[in-house]
Design a protein around this ligand. Structure first.
Ligand code: FES
Length: 103
């Protein structure tokens, strides 16, 4: 059953910052991009590499392993060798809490 999980406080992440955490063993990365929050699975769809640690420019993250690029806001693949989009999470802000819809 999907449920909303608090993953950060709104003042914890300034624009351009991100954090990582695990929810039920699933690695998740939460980003503040231009004041809006986004959450992605922190696992590259190419070969399972951890995505964070790669460079982030605007809304684009580059996998540090083989260079695949994804749009953090949509999960869309922007550069091979990945083909599968990145799972993303619905995000909402409740008071001062950033929450994701986790299934
Ligand atoms: S594991 Fe990310 S590009 Fe290969």
């Amino acid at each position: 059953m999907p449920r909303w999980i608090t993953v950060a406080k709104t003042d914890e992440l300034a624009p351009g910052q991100h954090k990582t955490l695990e929810v039920d063993g699933e690695p998740i990365a939460v980003f503040n991009i231009d004041g809006k929050f986004y959450a992605i699975q922190d696992v590259c769809t190419h070969d399972g590499g951890v995505l964070t640690g790669g460079t982030v420019e605007g809304s684009i993250i580059t996998c540090p392993r083989h260079g695949a690029q994804f749009d953090i806001t949509t999960g869309e693949v922007l550069r091979m060798p990945a083909f599968e989009p990145l799972p993303t999470y619905e995000v909402r802000v409740e008071g001062d809490e950033v929450q994701i819809l986790f299934e």
